[in-house]
Ligand binder design. Sequence first.
Ligand SMILES: Cc1cc2nc3c(=O)[nH]c(=O)nc-3n(C[C@H](O)[C@H](O)[C@H](O)COP(=O)(O)OP(=O)(O)OC[C@H]3O[C@@H](n4cnc5c(N)ncnc54)[C@H](O)[C@@H]3O)c2cc1C
Length: 312
Amino acid sequence: MNPEVEKVKVLIIGSGPAGYTAAIYAARAGMNPVLYTGGQPGGQLTITTDVENYPGYPDGIMGPEMMEDFRKQAERFGTQVRYGLVTAVDFSKRPHLVTVDDQVQISAETVIISTGASAKWLGLESETRLNGKGVSACAVCDGFFFRGQEVAIIGAGDTACEEASYLANICSKVYMIVRRDEMRASQIMQKRVKNNPKIEILWNTETEEILGTDEVTGVRVVNNLSGEKREIAISGFFVAIGHQPNTSIFRDFIHMDSSGYIKTIPGTTRTNVEGVFACGDAQDNVYRQAVTAAGTGCMAALDAERFLAEQE
Ligand SMILES: Cc1cc2nc3c(=O)[nH]c(=O)nc-3n(C[C@H](O)[C@H](O)[C@H](O)COP(=O)(O)OP(=O)(O)OC[C@H]3O[C@@H](n4cnc5c(N)ncnc54)[C@H](O)[C@@H]3O)c2cc1C
């Protein structure tokens, strides 16, 4: 091995709630963790405004501020937080070799993957402009802000159906925009939305533009069979067309499902590779919340600590 390769006990990849929580636990356990932030220091919550469902903040908190608190807490116990993107890994033997920014190499006794997942977007200019101003990719996170109001959701899978049902519980009406004349979702999920009187499904419909200057006021949709256009007044626009886990660099070594979510041994954060652990949204296609990411981050640090103790 190149003698200049730095050796670390615990290398954490990613700086969202999962990574920082793993860092807090690993640092307090005396494992001197090194954490690489990736291209989005603080993770997904840095692109949102109010977070009202994270325990411990009774008045809510802005996402970026909350992630600053996470970082400070991790650094307080000695975590080395470094800016850099992990560009390659070699998990074929231990210690594991991790390359940062195509240049720096690190030899890690344990690796905690907390690289998160990114929501897929439609790619409309109005969607980007109004993101966080009525456009959201998370009904559970942001639905509450639209209680009693009319909203739209786009998507046709199980998640879209589940989120439409969730929104229907708190909003006065939900338009579900579906591109084709059928849905991908399971029959049971479809039945649930079709039978919900507060959900109106717009079949063969595509979004042309989300309307509004400073906040969402409506959506212009087009029927892709007739070409007929229609403007609908709404205050929230939810995109539920899937997520992409940020896991492609691990593909050659780590077992994943067909969407790229890392498979962990149930009840643990262990992956198929000894000494490599995964937490947060990178391994969770179900809950995808900050508090669940933080919970599994804690688990990953404890699993890494036990693993290292077993090796001694
Ligand atoms: C707009 C929006 C609003 C939300 N609101 C809420 C809310 O109100 N409440 C709630 O509980 N949840 C909310 N969520 C969901 C929540 O943000 C996620 O569940 C949570 O952030 C997942 O944490 P994570 O640590 O797994 O990953 P992320 O927060 O996605 O962080 C991933 C980290 O990995 C880093 N990374 C990725 N690839 C690499 C690499 N190759 N090398 C190094 N680093 C890398 C990134 O830079 C980032 O720091 C919201 C999400 C969005 C998008």
